[in-house]
Design a protein. Structure first.
Length: 60
């Protein structure tokens, strides 16, 4: 199970706003786990303004 901390670690250093594809690619290149990548691939295809917005998309 993935945690909000796992998501934020994988997205460390990303520039916002960021589109879903950019979020997934950044997490991949930043060494995000398979669980993190799967969670991020499941979020809506839109632009995210903050780390909190990404977490909300994953966990709500």
């Amino acid at each position: 199970m993935v945690s909000p901390i796992d998501i934020q670690k994988a997205l460390s250093g990303i520039d916002y706003p960021a589109k879903k594809d950019d979020v997934v690619k950044h997490a991949e290149s930043n060494g995000g786990s398979d669980d993190v990548l799967e969670a991020l691939k499941g979020i809506d295809d839109q632009e995210y303004d903050t780390p909190a917005a990404v977490s909300k998309a994953v966990f709500d």
